[in-house]
Design a protein around this ligand. Structure first.
Ligand code: UDP
Ligand code: MG
Length: 206
């Protein structure tokens, strides 16, 4: 049986109408609203094929910062998350304004580097992404590396592509709770796509 036939058979077995694509669900085609299910388990049991494994639907916000976009590192960052096995469910290029960054970095507002951080983050476009998969918050932090690029280990994004904390290329949420808040801040629910990967059996024990 060929690859696509196996996908078709699996979809039929799951009683699904979609074939290796976006799953029909209540979140799709909704009018713009802040992202409701941004991280953590699905609210609807069995709503998606991927709901079968606990934690499989965890989500996190990853953003390529202005220095990363200027240096044409967007593809490298995406490639690492794809190759690790995570699933892209949201992606956009935007010029962030001070309002969104003030909310995003609210906890750092009294730090001495805060004004320089806002200046850096508004200096050019950012690529914001939502990635989904088992333990994605913790794993993505490990993939991104230490905040201080000088301390970041080779093999991490910051350790491979940057040398100073003030230009550390990428952001990743630091906890599941933070991820929920940040995804809701940067994305509307209509901008996130629920879909099933054809090759789940190669990344999870289903
Ligand atoms: N930052 C900085 N100088 C510092 C610490 C942090 O410019 O001494 C910047 C850096 O871009 C960092 C961001 O502030 O990524 C947010 O800091 P946080 O401690 O949340 O680190 P992260 O979660 O990004 O690793
Ligand atoms: Mg942080």
């Amino acid at each position: 049986m060929g690859f696509f036939q196996r996908c078709a058979a699996r979809s039929l077995l799951q009683g699904r109408r979609s074939l290796c694509g976006a799953a029909p669900g209540p979140e799709r085609h909704q009018p713009d609203a802040p992202a409701a299910r941004s991280a953590g388990p699905s609210s609807g049991p069995g709503r998606r094929y991927s709901a079968g494994v606990p934690g499989m639907q965890e989500r996190t916000l990853v953003a390529v910062k202005p220095d990363g976009v200027q240096r044409r590192l967007v593809g490298d960052v995406i490639r690492r998350f794809e190759r690790r096995g995570f699933k892209l469910v949201g992606l956009k290029l935007l010029q962030a304004n001070e309002g969104i960054l003030a909310e995003h970095y609210h906890e750092l507002r009294r730090k001495p580097f805060y004004p320089a951080l806002i200046h850096y983050m508004t200096s050019g476009p950012v690529v914001a992404m939502v990635w989904e998969g088992y333990n994605v918050v913790k794993t993505s932090r490990a993939m991104v590396g230490d905040t201080d690029s000088a301390e970041a280990k080779p093999g991490t994004i910051r350790g491979d592509f940057s040398i100073h904390v003030s230009r550390n290329v990428v952001h990743a949420s630091d906890s599941v709770e933070t991820a929920q808040r940040e995804i809701s801040l940067w994305f509307r629910s209509s901008e996130l796509v629920d879909w099933d990967c054809c090759d789940y059996s190669n990344t999870y024990q289903l």
